[in-house]
Ligand binder design. Sequence first.
Ligand SMILES: [Zn+2]
Ligand SMILES: [Zn+2]
Length: 155
Amino acid sequence: MATKQEGGCSCGRVRYSLGSPPMFVHCCHCLRCQRETGSAFVLNALIETDRVELLGSAPAPVSVPTDSDQSHLIFRCEDCQIPVWSEYGGKSKLRFVRVGTLDDPHALAPDVHIYTRSKVPWISLPNGVPAFEAYYDSKKLWPAESLQRRRAILS
Ligand SMILES: [Zn+2]
Ligand SMILES: [Zn+2]
């Protein structure tokens, strides 16, 4: 990623800039994500909250049901209601930024495909990108630098 990635909602009220490349990029094929996006999967860039600089108004959190005891907040523009990122399990220092809200939505590709057991049948996954039926062990997959970054915010 050569330049800083910026993004925002559809109406332009929420604008943000990513201070660095993300730690990891998830493509989640679970049924919750399919419903929440109205699409086939969600593409999330995992990055520290303090590296997401707000350039416009802050999005507002909306709590959505989950399949576990973990909370899930989807942050939406208060005007156009487009979701720009999520927070899982109350981990407020970690953001799951929706890659499709970047001004260059092709800038980030998945580092891993998860919950492929509920993947739509008409998507073929590429060779060379790890894929898991359900979740995965990030300690085995993430680059050391990303693990270090995550430890710094979650420990
Ligand atoms: Zn908006
Ligand atoms: Zn999911």
